[in-house]
Write a protein that binds this ligand. Structure first.
Ligand code: PPS
Length: 147
């Protein structure tokens, strides 16, 4: 059925997420650079307000895909690995990896290895004290058989 005449205009379609990155290879700088440049040209890049921090093989990709179906959520398609491997690149590098958002929209990323990175909690806290961290879980025996 056609939408009611009073329906709010929908935002333009977002670019699809790239394929899941093989965990063993990690995310390359080129992929991260592409992730930051293929977003629609409106809004501004912001640091994420919510992170999926793990666990590896815990369905983190599926969780992110489900959440980003919401029109007010924008997510990075690759794993930035900022709080573990790329922290020395600084917050401006991290912000540049993010998609552009409008006021009120939520920026997200997922990097499952944050959960097993000792420094990640304090680094995330120093970026913003109110960052939301989401954790998927996986029954351990089934998890070991999937890796
Ligand atoms: N809803 C639901 N229920 C159960 N299992 C699910 C679900 N969604 C995703 N998956 C399985 O999760 C595995 C991938 O997890 P991740 O996306 O976290 O992988 S990764 O750590 O980022 O590589 C991957 O497992 P394997 O196929 O065994 O590798 C997915 O099949």
């Amino acid at each position: 059925a056609p939408p009611p005449a009073c329906a709010a205009p929908r935002p333009p379609p977002r670019p699809p997420l790239g394929p899941a990155t093989p965990a063993a290879r990690g995310t390359t700088d080129e992929e991260l650079s592409r992730a930051g440049s293929t977003t629609p040209d409106y809004g501004e890049k912001r640091l994420p307000q919510a992170l999926i921090i793990g666990v590896k093989k815990g369905g983190t990709r599926a969780l992110l895909e489900a959440i980003r179906a919401h029109p007010d959520v924008r997510a990075v398609g690759v794993e930035p690995h900022f709080f573990d491997r790329n922290y020395e690149k600084g917050l401006e590098w991290y912000r540049n990896v993010m998609p552009k958002t409008l006021d009120g929209q939520i920026t997200m990323e997922k990097t499952p290895s944050y959960f097993v990175t000792n420094e990640a909690p304090k680094r995330i806290h120093s970026m913003a004290k109110d960052t939301n961290s989401l954790l998927g879980s996986h029954e351990p025996r089934r998890r070991s058989s999937t890796e």
